[in-house]
Design a binder for this molecule. Structure first.
Ligand code: ADP
Ligand code: MG
Length: 322
C-alpha cells in the first residue's frame, strides 16, 4: 500500500527559488512583486474525458502544466507559482506518478514557475486539478473584452494540428509518419505562448487562448467585446500536415473548431501590425492575420472564392457534448 506522504516526499517536492515557503507546511507562502496584480487560473483534467489512462504520463504531466500556463499567457501575465491537486486511481502506479511529476515539473521549469503545493488523494478515476498564479502590472492584462471595430484578428501557430492528431488516435486517420509525429506532439505536448503573451502587452486589445477551437474561442472575444468579425478561410495558417489533408472533406472544421491548440488569438489595431510582428519574432512564434473585427454583431467566414461559409461558431461544450 503506497503512502500519500511517501509519494509527496518522493515526487512532489522540488526546489522553489521564487517562493518563501514551499511544500511541507499547511500552506505555501509567496511574496508577490510589489504593485503587481495576481492572475489566477485553474484547470481540471479527468481520465477518460481529457486524457486516456494509457496516455504517456510524462507527456500528460507536461500538458497538465501547459494548458494552465496557456491561460496565464492569454492574459499577458508572467507565471510564478503552481499547485497540483491529484486523484490517483489504481491505474496510476508509482512509475506513472514519477513520470507525471517529472513532466509537470519540467514544463513549469521552462517558464520559471515554482510548484509550491497541492493535494493528493486516491479515487475511482484519475483527476488532475492545476492552479497557476501569475503577475501582471495593473491595467495591463489582456482581456477578452477589449476588441474594437477595425482591429485585425490574429492567431499564432497553426491551429488544427492537435485535432488531426486526435483523429489519428481515435479514428486511425492515415497520416505520414512525419505528420503523425508533428500532430501528436501538438496534441500531447502543446507549447503555451507565454513569451508572446508578455510581448503583446500594450499592443493587443484583446486576447484568448485557443483551447476549444479557434471560432469558438474567438467568439468569446467577440461576445465580451460586443463586436463582430469577418474571417477568410484562405488566410488561415495551415501546417504542412494540414495542407496534406486537403482531400479530407471536413479539414476546415478541424482547422477552425478542432480544439486543444493552445495558441493565442488576439486583436490589435491595424497600425500596430509591425509591433505585433516584432513581438512574435522576439517570442519565436509565427502569427497570422486572419480577419477583421467589425462593429456589427455578425460573424462571417468567407471561403476561398469570397462566399460566406456556413460554420458553427462553437466548440466543445462539456455540458452539451458530453
Ligand atoms: P494538509 O492535510 O494540511 O492539507 P497534506 O498532507 O495534504 O496537508 O499535504 C502536505 C504538504 O504536501 C502540503 O504542503 C501540500 O501542499 C503538499 N502536497 C500534497 N500533495 C501535493 C501535490 N500533489 N503536489 C505538491 N504538493 C503537494
Ligand atoms: Mg490536504
Amino acid at each position: 500500500m503506497r503512502s500519500e506522504f511517501e509519494l509527496i516526499r518522493r515526487h512532489f517536492v522540488h526546489p522553489a527559488p521564487g517562493t518563501r515557503l514551499s511544500v511541507g507546511d499547511d500552506c505555501a507562502l509567496m511574496t508577490p512583486s510589489p504593485g503587481q496584480e495576481l492572475a489566477v487560473s485553474t484547470d481540471v483534467l479527468v481520465a477518460g474525458r481529457h486524457f486516456f489512462d494509457n496516455t504517456d504520463p510524462y507527456r500528460l504531466g507536461r500538458k497538465s502544466a501547459a494548458v494552465n500556463l496557456s491561460d496565464i499567457a492569454a492574459m499577458g501575465a508572467r507565471p510564478r507559482w503552481a499547485t497540483l491537486g491529484i486523484t490517483l486511481s489504481p491505474a496510476q502506479d508509482e512509475p506513472w506518478v514519477e513520470a507525471f511529476a517529472r513532466g509537470f515539473h519540467d514544463e513549469l521549469q521552462v517558464h520559471d514557475t515554482d510548484w509550491v503545493g497541492g493535494d493528493t488523494t486516491s479515487g475511482p478515476v484519475a483527476m488532475i486539478a492545476v492552479t497557476i498564479l501569475g503577475e501582471v502590472p495593473p491595467g495591463q492584462a489582456l482581456l477578452r473584452s477589449g476588441a474594437r471595430a477595425g482591429d485585425d484578428i490574429w492567431v499564432s501557430g497553426t491551429p488544427g494540428d492537435a485535432a488531426l492528431g486526435l483523429r489519428f488516435l481515435k479514428e486511425s486517420l492515415p497520416l505520414a509518419e512525419e505528420d503523425r509525429n508533428h500532430c501528436l506532439a501538438r496534441l500531447e505536448t502543446p507549447t503555451p505562448r507565454v513569451a508572446l503573451g508578455l510581448g503583446l502587452r500594450g499592443i493587443a486589445h484583446a486576447a484568448i487562448d485557443v483551447s476549444d477551437g479557434l471560432l469558438a474561442d474567438l467568439g468569446h472575444i467577440l461576445e465580451a467585446s460586443g463586436v463582430g468579425a469577418s474571417l477568410e478561410l484562405a488566410r488561415m495558417p495551415r501546417s504542412a500536415a494540414m495542407l496534406r489533408q486537403q482531400a479530407l472533406p471536413d479539414w476546415p472544421l478541424l482547422l477552425l473548431s478542432g480544439g486543444d491548440d493552445y495558441e493565442l488569438c488576439f486583436t490589435a489595431a491595424p497600425e500596430a501590425a509591425p509591433r505585433v510582428q516584432r513581438a512574435a519574432a522576439a517570442a519565436a512564434v509565427p502569427v497570422t492575420r486572419i480577419g477583421r473585427v467589425t462593429d456589427k454583431g455578425g460573424r462571417i467566414l468567407y471561403d476561398g472564392d469570397g462566399r460566406p461559409m456556413d460554420m458553427a461558431w462553437q466548440g466543445f461544450d462539456h455540458f452539451r457534448n458530453a
